[in-house]
Design a protein around this ligand. Structure first.
Ligand code: FES
Length: 268
């Protein structure tokens, strides 16, 4: 009887049984939002050892998992079955997410992160990569689903499987959602703290640029230009005032230096 270790807990399995079936039987933490029909990727796991005890990767897994993930031992638990009586050790993707999140926002790991932006950066990089790999799989999964429907391998049974799975896991899902929403305010606060040094350096940078500009002879350089422009403007306003006889109140109040010119009109 093969044994499988899921997130540090060991369970008995049977040859020909799928990884997801073992997990469901023992209420181990492997997701199955689509009820095991290869439509959701929530059952993704990372096999750390014992891959030879599992069936080869099928087309559904190849559609969902990037080449990088396939190389690094990722599998869909609903699609792979035990083919040999050998132990398997794995971690779920959900558990990996929990670990990365906790390192970033809940724990204070002794070891510094290898990521340039620390554990917070590590979390957002992980999240971004997961989102990208999920989105990039959509065209392949769509083709795979069409093929399976055409071949009669995917039927309306998938709908009732999905509903049953949701009902079965509702209490757990509800608890997870409550925990996540409860930790968001703290996460945002911690993110703010994480960004503080970045904002401080940006402020320092702008201050230094300001100092550099004010310490140059920029003002002296621009002084003749500014004076030249002022003279031109004054000349124009003088000329206009002479023509209209200083009759515009706004012009006279804005230009106190302008001398009113008396205009005499001679009768012909
Ligand atoms: S349970 Fe949905 S893809 Fe495996």
């Amino acid at each position: 009887m093969p044994k499988v270790e899921i997130n540090g807990q060991t369970y008995d399995a049977i040859v020909d049984e799928s990884l997801l079936a073992v997990a469901r039987k023992h209420k181990a933490h492997i997701g199955y939002a689509c009820g095991g029909n290869g439509l959701c990727q929530t059952c993704e796991v990372i096999v750390e050892s014992g891959m030879e005890a599992l069936s080869p990767m099928n087309d559904v897994e190849k559609a969902w998992l990037t080449a990088e993930k396939q190389k690094n031992g990722h599998r869909l638990a609903c699609q792979c079955t035990f083919v040999a009586d050998k132990p398997v050790k794995l971690i779920t993707r959900a558990e990996r997410a929990r670990q990365v999140f906790n390192r970033a926002f809940k724990e204070q790991p002794k070891e510094p992160s290898k990521h340039p932006q620390g554990y917070v950066g590590e979390f957002f990089t992980w999240l971004g990569m997961e989102t990208l790999s999920h989105l990039s799989a959509v065209p392949f999964v769509t083709v795979n689903v069409i093929q399976r429907v055409a071949e009669g391998k995917l039927t309306l049974q998938a709908v009732s499987d999905t509903i049953n799975a949701a009902n079965e896991r509702f209490p757990e899902i509800n608890q997870i959602v409550t925990e996540i929403t409860g930790s968001i305010p703290k996460a945002v606060g911690d993110l703010g703290k994480g960004l503080e040094p970045v904002m401080n350096s940006a402020g320092e940078l702008f201050k230094n640029i300001g100092n550099a500009v004010s310490s140059t002879d920029l003002n002296k350089t621009l002084e003749p230009v500014v004076n030249g422009v002022s003279s031109v403007v004054k000349g124009v306003t003088d000329a206009v005032s002479k023509v209209i006889g200083g009759a515009t109140p706004s012009a006279s109040s804005a230009q106190p230096d302008v001398t009113p010119v008396k205009v005499e009109v001679k009768k012909g």
